[in-house]
Design a protein around this ligand. Sequence first.
Ligand code: C2E
Ligand code: CA
Ligand code: CA
Ligand code: CA
Length: 276
Amino acid sequence: AKAQGKNKCCLFDDSMREEVMKRACMEGYLRDALNQNELTVFFQPQFEIETGVLRGMEALLRWNSKQLGNVPPSQFIPIAEENRLIHQYGKWMLRHACRKNREWQNKGLPQIKIAVNISPRELEQDCFVEQVIAILRETGLEARYLELEITESLMINGDVKAIDKLEELKKAGVGIVLDDFGTGYSSLSYLNSLPIQILKIDKSFITNLQRKESDISLVKAIISLAHNLGLRVVAEGVENTGQVNILKECRCDFTQGFLYSPPVDEKMAEEILKNQ
Ligand code: C2E
Ligand code: CA
Ligand code: CA
Ligand code: CA
């Protein structure tokens, strides 16, 4: 369903120019995505590895563009970050996710965490903390049912203000997750100074678990270090039971991945909750 757009600005033969124009087009369409009701939220469940109990869902943004079809977040999030649309969309996402989780609780479904990805750009906003607190109040969701997933790039940039903000949110009861762990350049030493409770091992490590003996050692070391620091660990991108067995051996706490469920729409997510 891609490129069904008849819009003139998308038709170019020179491939370089085409790339540039495609991006410009996307940016234009992205601007209207919210008004056009093209944005939705999918949810991917996370389970406690030992018990199989559902512990939370990660909320993931989806864009079904009338002109471009389904555009993956890896393509449109960077554009949204560049032109600051991410502020608007991030806020929308946060509100949507919190409201949904509260709705599920109101229906008497199991109480779980909802995890929302936060771009470094969003954390730059002076009002970010107030915004999150306001959304929690507005939706009636208790802070402990919200988790914010941040990435290591925050540390590379050494954004002290951003760390203060996370500290404040943590004090308010919001969970902070370090996402994509192991993909950045920074050292392990900062793990101590970051106000996080959960470490999410990047899926590139999980993918290699069965093929590379050295990755097993690495994952084992990461998990035991995390535990020593009082953190809990999520493995993302878990696709088969072989990986689960290794992760159990490594004493990983939680898992998420296609083996259990891909990201699903809110109806399906509710079914998963009901089946708990
Ligand atoms: P992420 O936060 O690392 O999210 C995990 C990605 O891995 C998701 O891709 C998910 O669909 C995919 N995934 C889950 N299980 C498996 C598996 O078993 N195998 C494999 N190969 N992949 C799996 P998705 O939804 O395309 O999102 C890509 C990235 O876009 C996310 O990576 C996140 O960085 C960003 N993103 C998504 N939604 C938001 C949002 O609302 N705000 C921000 N700032 N970023 C978002
Ligand atoms: Ca994430
Ligand atoms: Ca991740
Ligand atoms: Ca990622």
